[in-house]
Design a protein around this ligand. Structure first.
Ligand code: PLP
Length: 389
């Protein structure tokens, strides 16, 4: 007889992975399905990273490491935070986890529980509200629209904040929206947050290297340095270095919070994979110039996808400023399909896997990832057009 904990009963399985699994099952039946539902670059992991992983195996790096990560990787991550995000932290204020996902899981479950509220701009990354619910806290949606560039403002914070607000989750560039917060946006949010010292901020900057706007990446810990002692910045190598399978994420924040996350990690997983940690050192300290090429190729695909999608009657999408997703509004088609789940299934029937916007706390639309091979992306876009005629 199955028996589930009360905490597990509060969450549902990730709906992006559900769609991916369905696409895999259809493929196993021999159907040609183009998957635009997964959130990972299609480019191969850079060769110097692969070499570092092999060298780690040969060198016998096959044992437990320190719980918060090896000294080498914490130092390399501190370099990454300084060089790529402008955040100056000592390695002692960095923790390495099994992906950005685990870092967020540790941070929230270590600090929030029943009675706490967590503000989450919606549409959101699927795992945020589930992690919050698992912790026993309450997710509070701050709904954003394409008209406001899918970004929250201080007025929305003011309307939602209560004495029980424990966290605000920020994600820039955002998944699924592609929205990027400017320094001015963050300064305005910071101005408000200064008056509410009970609120911690999780800044999920995992897509920062994949940004198509000019200038430096803006992040709260840098824009408002006086707030840095309550900001946890999450980054990693999964998206920027095509290392999703390595499962390495890095976070920088106040000592007490890093310590709390390490305490939990010491019992949950012990330490992140030793070989992956060695590979991540190479990712952070090795050449970064391939990123220029990847960003440009993603930008070309983005522009092609946005143009093709906006040419389909009933669909509209803003131009995403970062990451590799388009969140497409399909409200005019809801009369025909009923809801966005039905629309996503219709597209799957026509050979393209996408994710319904409702999976992200949005509505009447769907998300595609444009991190797909050029020819396959073009074919997928033409299938979407045919499916919706
Ligand atoms: N944060 C956001 C916004 C994401 O989209 C993802 C991955 O999809 C993650 C964090 C976690 O990445 P990973 O755990 O693969 O490092």
């Amino acid at each position: 007889e199955a028996h589930f904990s009360e905490a597990l009963g509060r969450i549902s399985a990730s709906r992006t992975t559900v769609m991916t699994d369905r696409a895999i099952a259809l493929r196993a039946e021999g159907r040609d399905i183009i998957s635009l539902s997964v959130g990972e670059p299609d480019f191969p992991t850079p060769p110097h990273v692969i070499e570092a992983a092999k060298a780690a195996l040969d060198a016998g790096d096959t044992r437990y490491t320190a719980v918060p990560g090896t000294a080498a990787l914490r130092e390399a991550a501190a370099l990454h935070f300084a060089r790529d995000l402008g955040i100056e932290v000592p390695p002692s204020q960095v923790i390495v986890s099994a992906g950005g996902k685990q870092a967020i899981f540790l941070a929230i479950t270590a600090t929030a529980g029943p009675g706490d509220e967590v503000l989450i701009p919606a549409p959101w990354w699927v795992s945020y509200p589930e992690i919050v619910r698992f912790a026993g806290a309450e997710p509070v949606a701050l709904l954003t629209t394409p008209q406001d560039g899918y970004r929250i403002n201080a007025d929305q914070l003011a309307a939602a904040i209560t004495p029980r607000t424990r966290w605000l989750l920020l994600n820039s560039p955002g998944n699924p929206t592609g929205a990027v917060y400017s320094a001015a946006d963050l300064a305005a949010l910071g101005e408000f947050l200064r008056r509410h010292p009970q609120v911690l901020v999780l800044s999920d900057d995992i897509y920062a290297p994949l940004r198509y706007t000019p200038g430096a990446h803006a992040t709260l810990a840098v824009v408002c340095p006086d707030l840095a002692d309550r900001v946890l910045t999450v980054s990693g190598v999964s998206k920027s270095h095509a290392m999703t399978g390595f499962r390495i994420g890095v976070s920088a924040g106040p000592q007490w919070l890093i310590g709390a996350m390490a305490k939990l990690q010491s019992h949950a997983s012990g330490n992140p994979c030793s070989i992956s940690q060695a590979a991540a050192v190479a990712a952070f300290t090795g050449p970064q110039d391939f990123l220029l090429d990847w960003r440009e190729r993603f930008r070309v695909r983005r522009d092609a996808a946005v143009a093709a999608l906006n040419a389909i009657p009933g669909l509209s999408t803003p131009v995403p400023d970062g990451a590799f997703y388009c969140l497409i509004d399909a409200a005019p088609l809801m009369g025909r399909f009923g809801d966005d789940e039905a629309l996503a299934l219709h597209l799957l029937d026509h050979g393209v896997a996408v994710v319904a916007a409702s999976a992200f706390g949005g509505q009447h639309g769907f998300r595609i990832s444009f991190a797909a091979d050029d020819a396959r992306l073009a074919e997928a876009l033409s299938r979407i057009a045919k499916a919706l005629i």
